[in-house]
Ligand binder design. Structure first.
Ligand code: 5GP
Ligand code: MG
Length: 185
């Protein structure tokens, strides 16, 4: 069982990097958010919950936390289409929005989310992701570049620190590359 996981980033490494990101974000937003107009953090469920909880608590600027859920399904014409399950109607008019994401892969989800909140009237929409598979962007989504990224990783399937595989392994403390049983035999 144990050799099905290769630790990629330890919990300590993740937490240290999250503190750095929070300091950078706090510096960047200190002159444009206030108690009346706080930074609006939108955490993607469920993978980003631990990342968001740790990061939000390290910020030194006024911020609010809310949650969104986006599901990607195969639509007509066999195209992959992200669709909001939660958070589509969160009011963002005139607000600074920061999406907190677990991992950016093809870029489809974040492309859809960023467009949606701009269209809903946000002043700015940026992405902060714990992990970025920079080489995995789908054709046409190369311009999905998170402003803040914890770690760039290779195009491998990872679990832990919030990331799951069919709802399993989410609670592992470290981010690990997951080798499924079929890979082993
Ligand atoms: P994208 O729309 O960028 O292709 O996909 C983003 C979503 O796919 C992520 O938010 C995450 O839920 C899922 N995902 C992509 N790569 C991985 C991975 O390596 N491990 C896990 N557990 N989920 C992933
Ligand atoms: Mg996600």
């Amino acid at each position: 069982m144990a050799d099905r996981f290769t630790v990629l980033r330890t919990n300590a490494e993740l937490r240290a990097r999250i503190a750095e990101l929070a300091a950078e974000i706090s510096r960047d937003y200190e002159n444009c958010v206030t108690e009346e107009h706080p930074l609006l953090l939108l955490c993607t469920l469920r993978g980003a919950v631990f990342f968001a909880a740790d990061l939000a608590r390290c910020l030194t600027v006024p911020a609010e936390l809310n949650f969104i859920k986006v599901h990607t399904y195969v639509g007509k014409e066999s195209k992959l289409k992200p669709e909001f399950e939660l958070g589509k109607d969160i009011p963002v008019k005139g607000q600074r929005v920061l999406i907190l994401e677990d991992i950016v892969d093809t870029g489809r989800t974040m492309d859809c989310v960023v467009r949606h909140y701009y269209e809903s009237g946000a002043d700015s929409v940026e992405i902060c992701t714990m992990l970025d598979k920079t080489h995995a962007r789908a054709k046409g989504y190369e311009k999905v570049v998170p402003k803040y990224a914890g770690f760039e990783i290779e195009n491998e399937f990872v679990v832990g620190f919030g990331l799951d595989c069919d709802e399993k392994f989410r609670l592992l403390p470290d981010v690990c590359v997951y080798h499924s049983d079929s890979e082993q035999s």
